[in-house]
Write a new protein. Structure first.
Length: 191
């Protein structure tokens, strides 16, 4: 008889988002290790796509859960949305930078700093609150929703797009579809 995963053994939203953070930081490390401009661009494009998918999924499902279940969740969500906005603007600058130029690596290092700070806030403060205020089965369900959302999310930074659940649920999938089509047509690497 095949074993089935119970909610106790399935990864929850915290596990998934923490793994995303590790993957993003590892990609930044790979960018720093190569001097090949094309490889830097490909790795940066993959990183940008991963960050966008992660951020959109958080805004769609994690932030509403934080607002509903975590004390002062609304304040923490507003702080996180501001950080997302700064990160998206910085990624847009990276997108337009020449990967063979020193400025490109300076922007990547700035992104590393912002992502490390943001991930630290989440992992040290917010994720423990999620786990203490939301039942395990709901965290697993949120994790499944996050994984599904990442498949449809935009892969490119859109600095003028709102960081809201409603926007992502109504317009975001269409933007994501256009992004993935552009990625395919241009040969852009997105992971």
């Amino acid at each position: 008889m095949a074993e089935t995963n119970t909610d106790a053994t399935k990864p929850d939203v915290v596990d998934i988002l923490t793994a995303d953070h590790r993957e993003m930081i590892a990609l930044i490390g790979q960018i720093g290790l190569t001097s090949d401009a094309n490889e830097r661009r490909n790795l940066a494009d993959t990183l940008i796509a991963e960050v966008m998918r992660h951020a959109v999924a958080e805004e769609m499902f994690v932030y509403p859960a934080m607002e509903e279940h975590v004390p002062n969740g609304s304040g923490e969500v507003e702080h996180d949305k501001k950080e997302h906005d700064d990160i998206v603007k910085l990624m847009k600058r990276i997108e337009g930078a020449d990967p063979s130029d020193q400025t490109f690596m300076e922007l990547v290092r700035e992104l590393e700093s912002q992502l490390t700070h943001h991930a630290g806030d989440e992992e040290l403060e917010q994720f423990p609150k999620l786990r203490s205020h939301i039942p395990k089965e709901k965290l697993v369900d949120l994790g499944e929703k996050v994984q599904s959302a990442k498949k449809l999310a935009p892969t490119r930074p859109h600095p003028s797009a709102p960081h809201s659940e409603l926007f992502h649920k109504t317009v975001g999938a269409g933007i994501g579809m256009v992004d993935r089509l552009r990625d395919k047509l241009t040969g852009r690497h997105t992971g």
